[in-house]
Structure formats: C-alpha cells, structure tokens
Design a protein around this ligand. Structure first.
Ligand SMILES: C[S@@+](CC[C@H](N)C(=O)[O-])C[C@H]1O[C@@H](n2cnc3c(N)ncnc32)[C@H](O)[C@@H]1O
Length: 258
C-alpha cells in the first residue's frame, strides 16, 4: 500500500525537546516511543499532543500504510518531521521505527472501577519491579479483554518503559496505581505457585486476580484478603513462571470459559 503524506517542510519547532523532557516529569502526560505505541494510543482514543517522525515521512508512510491504515489520517495531520539529532534527544532508547509522541493520560478511574461490580477480571500487580513485565502484563490484559490493571508499589505503569512494553495499550483499558487492599469491593483471588490448580470455575465473576512481585511473590496483605489461592501447574523442579507469563496464562485460562 502506498500512501502519500503531505508533510511540507516546516520550520523546526524549537520547543519540542523541552516538551518531551517536561512530559517525563509530568504525571498527567505519557511519552510514547515507537510506532506501535503511537498507533494503539490513536486507535484507543488518546488525546495526542505531539507526534514526531525522524527524518522524512517515508518511514511513517510505509509503517502506517502497512500496519495501521485506520489511524493514517490522524497521523498525517499531526506528524512533524525532526532531524536525527533532535529525535535522539526526545527518546531513550531510540525506537527503530523512528516515531514518538506525547499524549495526555486518561483521568484515573481505578478507585471507581475497584469499587464496582464487574465484569472483571481485574489484574492486580503487587509491587512489581520490572517495567518491562508491567508493560507486558498490560498488553496481554488488553488483548485478553481484562477489565483493568491496578498496580501497587513504586512502579509507574505509565512510565515510558512500561508504555514501550505494553505497545501503548495503557489507553485500551483503565490502568493505574492503588495504595493497598482498602476500597476493593471485589472477590480477590491470589495467583500463586503454592495454590490449588487454576480452573475457570474456581474464579468468581468480577474477581481481582492478584499477582506477586518478581522476587518476593504476593505480600501478606493480599494473601489475607484473597478468598482462594490458585496456581498454574508446573513440571516438578520449576519454581515459578515469569510474572507477565503468569498473567497471560491465567487470563487465557479464564478466557476459555467464554
Ligand atoms: C516470578 S513469580 C514470584 C516468585 C516468588 N519467588 C514466589 O515464590 O512467589 C511472580 C508472580 O507470578 C505469579 N506466578 C508465577 N508462577 C506461577 C504459577 N506457577 N502459578 C501461579 N502464579 C504464578 C505469582 O503471582 C507470583 O507471585
């Protein structure tokens, strides 16, 4: 597919570097690095503030034509070309697709979601450490149709590295941080290697699925709050799955119930 972009050369925007730098410190904004993150943000209705493309528009033209014709018009209207040096100052690390954007984070709805009745499941990541895992968990939660992803601890699920890991799918479902178990009105299921085998029927409708941290597993507060502990069976000798792999396997076991 060939699409002609009409990106007429325009004077360089002197403050684009400043806007990206300030956005990294601003909890209301999101820095999107890479074409797939920008594509998903547009597709799921993000309020986009800036889109930049490294070099001329031919790369963006090819990517959008092949992968995202549905967001092509909006990309065409918004993309501003920047030189390689400017692009390198906006991103870290440099995405091979040469595309980046700034967007406004949607207003937080996690308190309201956790207090509501469903439909569930909600993925709860308890004090995760690795932003790549947080992003991968958000990505599979969006793909498998989970209701939301809530995160405790210090990892920001809207950090640029988590957005890269999720390919921008933070915009597809409510994603945010919570303090602790207070305010969770749903049934809670601990997903833990020491539990009973996970079957679709063992998980109540609307449940919060609580996953522990990479190193320490689930904290005592969530273990106590959970009404049941469920495990993904593993071959003897294997101690645990990667966190994001456990989220993926659990959600697709539940998806099997329809
Ligand atoms: C890398 S594991 C944590 C391992 C930690 N040392 C422990 O003993 O729990 C991260 C999280 O993934 C989930 N997980 C990993 N493997 C699992 C399994 N086989 N069954 C259920 N949950 C699992 C759990 O929520 C766990 O807390």
């Amino acid at each position: 597919v060939t699409i002609d972009f009409d990106l007429a050369p325009s004077p360089p925007d002197p403050d684009v570097v400043g806007r990206f730098r300030r956005a990294r410190e601003d909890g209301t904004l999101a820095v999107l690095e890479g074409f797939h993150a920008v594509k998903h943000a547009l597709r799921f209705g993000a309020e986009i503030l800036d889109v930049v493309v490294e070099g001329d528009a031919s790369r963006l033209e090819a990517l959008a034509g092949a992968l995202a014709p549905d967001v092509l018009d909006e990309l065409r209207a918004r993309a501003q070309p920047v030189d390689a040096e400017t692009f390198a100052a906006l991103v870290s690390p440099r995405p091979p697709t040469g595309v980046a954007a700034l967007a406004r984070r949607p207003p937080g709805r996690m308190v309201e979601v956790l207090a509501g009745p469903g439909p569930g499941p909600i993925v709860l990541l308890d004090r995760p450490r690795q932003l790549g895992n947080v992003g991968a968990a958000i990505r599979v939660a969006a793909a498998a149709g989970a209701e939301a992803v809530a995160v405790t601890g210090t990892a920001d699920p809207w950090h640029p590295a988590a957005i890269r890991g999720a390919a921008g799918l933070q915009f597809a479902l409510p994603v945010g941080r919570i303090g602790d178990t207070a305010g969770v009105a749903r049934p809670v299921v601990a997903i833990d290697p020491g539990g009973e085998p996970l079957t679709p029927g063992a998980v109540p409708p609307g449940a919060v699925l609580a996953f522990g941290s990479e190193r320490h597993g689930l904290s005592e507060a969530w273990r106590e709050r959970a009404e049941v502990d469920l495990a993904l069976p593993m071959r003897p000798g294997v101690s645990s799955l990667n966190l994001a792999a456990a989220v993926a396997a659990s959600l697709y076991v539940l998806a099997a119930r329809g």
